[in-house]
Ligand binder design. Sequence first.
Ligand SMILES: [Zn+2]
Length: 181
Amino acid sequence: MAPRPFRLGRARTGLGIFATRPIKKRQTIAEYKGKMLGVEAAVKAEKSGNRYLYEVNSKWTIDGAKRGNIARYFNHSCNPNADTFIRGKRVFVRTIKNIEAGDEITYDYGRDYLKNVIGLENCQCSRCRKRRAKERAEARERSLRKKKRLAAATAKGKGKGVKKAAVRKSKKTVKSRKTKR
Ligand SMILES: [Zn+2]
């Protein structure tokens, strides 16, 4: 493989991989390297909290936790610009979009990892952050509209009427409670 077209850098979630020059799509850029674990060893590693396990097939899992495995630093994204593919028992990372210099390079870790390890609401990828920002903006918009409606109702005098009625009602309930005793 040619010299790496990327570097390790600070990402939103810790470290990440960033392109140092434009990379065309469908370029193999890294290999996910590590010790091959059988099923039993893989289960044990997972239980001990190893988050860098890549299940190659039903028999083999790559333990990519060693720092020498540069591919462990690719972060997850729900809208990635790379993915992984398997050749025999080896796993490679390739681009699926044209990438600009400076872009973070990410791949999709899959639904299970997102759900069980990251947590659906904790994903910090650009798509999820945009979605949550949009949801917050919509919620603000809704509460603003509600306030405006209430203000308009109060200005018309409707609001006052409602308030008075509410006060009368609460007085009544207090009275009735007292008489009961
Ligand atoms: Zn996401």
